[in-house]
Design a binder for this molecule. Structure first.
Ligand code: NAP
Length: 247
């Protein structure tokens, strides 16, 4: 087991990629706090799955865009686990519209969850990582942050912002035993991609050299790599996983 006795919190772990990451970390021996905002039953299921593999798991409800709520979650998590070694900032949403039709509320909402959320969650855990001279932070960005996309100015800006944040933090914390990295998935089979109209999905598949969408479990294995000793020499990196769509 690569993560024996480590403690982790995964934001947005009730569904999709976050769920797969939480389960993969637990399978490698970590205790995991499962963050979610509204899908309580789904989050409870993830907690139960983790407990089945013999690891500790707790529900960690908080809206990552809300700093006081995130602070409360961190206090509760630290009370349960004692400390936190691994933070995976995965929670994210999209709200697509061409820029002309995009209103300010949609811009703010996506930035508040996808970008402010990463600031909030990192802020509330980083001091105790610095104190212990150990920490692993992984942020889930996106190919859209790397290349932009029609109808996704808000989402693309949020993800590019997270990548710039990742590199800055990696530089600030490298001397303190903390690595900060990002994983940038392409199109992964989750509810987010299932919501894409069939015609657009078909067109996308034609453009992906590997001719399939990615799996949440594949993203999860990349996160395990980055937070285990295997990835100990990597910081400030953005690992692209997109079936060859961007090369
Ligand atoms: P998803 O299936 O829609 O799941 C989103 C998760 O985020 C859920 O657990 C949700 O919790 C949580 N969440 C949403 N708003 C939140 C908030 N304010 N506070 C706390 N948690 C919140 O998404 P996904 O496809 O797995 O995507 C996960 C991450 O990967 C996102 O950052 C996304 O941008 C990124 N990504 C996805 C793809 C893809 O193809 N799927 C590609 C590139 C990047 P509830 O269930 O409680 O609502």
């Amino acid at each position: 087991m690569k993560l024996k006795d480590r403690t982790a919190l995964v934001t947005g772990a009730s569904r999709g990629i976050g769920r797969a990451i939480a389960l993969a970390l637990a399978e490698e021996g970590a205790d995991v706090a499962v963050n979610y905002v509204s899908s309580e039953a789904a989050a409870k299921d993830v907690v139960e799955q983790i407990q089945k593999v013999g690891r500790k798991a707790i529900l960690a409800r908080a809206d990552v865009s809300d700093y006081p709520d995130t602070f409360r979650m961190a206090q509760e998590t630290l009370k349960e686990f004692g400390h936190l070694d691994i933070l995976v900032n995965n929670a994210g949403i999209s709200s697509d519209k061409t820029f002309v039709k995009m209103d300010h509320a949609s811009w703010r909402r996506v930035l508040a969850i996808n970008l402010d959320g990463v600031f909030n969650c990192t802020k509330v855990f980083i001091d105790q990582m610095i104190k212990r001279s150990f920490g692993r932070v992984v942020n889930i960005t996106s190919i859209i942050g790397q290349i932009g996309n029609f109808g996704q100015a808000n989402y693309a800006a949020s993800k590019a912002g997270v990548m710039a944040f990742t590199k800055s933090l990696a530089k600030e914390l490298a001397g303190k035993g903390i690595t900060v990295n990002a994983v940038a998935p392409g199109f992964i089979e989750t509810e987010m991609v299932e919501a894409i109209p069939e015609k657009v999905r078909h067109r996308l598949l034609e453009q992906i050299p590997l001719k399939r969408f990615g799996r949440a479990e594949e993203v999860a294995r990349a996160v395990v790599y980055l937070v285990s000793s295997d990835g100990g020499y990597i910081t400030g990196a953005e690992l692209s996983m997109n079936g060859g769509l961007l090369m």
